[in-house]
Design a protein around this ligand. Structure first.
Ligand code: FE
Ligand code: FE
Length: 195
């Protein structure tokens, strides 16, 4: 792939499109993803692009949904009307895949998958996807109960780190009497077998 937008250009675009706090989060996710990519032998150049673009549709969901209505419908069919696509919090993941492709010239499926599944994870997720998932949840300014343990595990065992992250999330949702994404439970059970 040679049509990637250059990193500087991506940064410029994102700094205009995202709220300041969101943009700063993205830069921290980049640093964390690069750190983890080195520890787990993943392509650092590609991980940087995925990390920078993981939230590229954030703050502009309605505008992008309008602009890429057709692409979104295609993805919805491809995903067999996955109920996660109706979740407003996850909209930026699906749109992110489309925006990374259409606006930032990314054709690499590994990068696009990592963007799409960065919040929920998925069955059969690759180490590349796991790193983007974990970098998002453990970047330096993330501060919640258990984050240090997930950070520690991320460096030595990606599966264990994600299971811990999902367990904490599921517990938290139960405490708050909130809905749990079926995907989280499935991904947890899937990774548990490999842990
Ligand atoms: Fe996100
Ligand atoms: Fe994020």
């Amino acid at each position: 792939e040679t049509s990637y937008m250059k990193v500087k250009e991506i940064e410029n675009n994102l700094s205009k499109m995202l709220k300041k706090t969101r943009y700063e989060h993205v830069l921290r996710v980049r640093d964390k993803a690069i750190e983890l990519a080195k520890l787990h032998n993943q392509d650092v150049i590609k991980i940087e692009l995925a990390a920078l673009l993981h939230d590229c549709a954030k703050n502009n969901e309605n505008m992008y949904l309008d602009k890429y209505k057709k692409e979104f419908e295609e993805l919805r069919n491809l995903r067999q009307h996955d109920p996660d696509m109706e979740n407003p919090k996850l909209l930026h993941c699906y749109l992110g895949r489309i925006v990374a492709n259409k606006e930032y010239g990314v054709n690499d499926e590994e990068i696009l998958d990592a963007i799409e599944f960065h919040t929920t994870g998925r069955i059969n997720m690759t180490d590349f996807e796991k790193i983007i998932y974990l970098a998002d949840k453990t970047e330096d300014k993330r501060d919640y109960d258990g984050v240090d343990e997930i950070r520690r595990l991320s460096k030595i065992n990606l599966n264990k780190a994600i299971v811990k992250s999902l367990d904490d999330t599921i517990k938290y949702l139960i405490e708050g009497e909130r809905e749990i994404s079926v995907t989280s439970v499935n991904v947890r059970n899937y990774l548990l077998k490999g842990v």
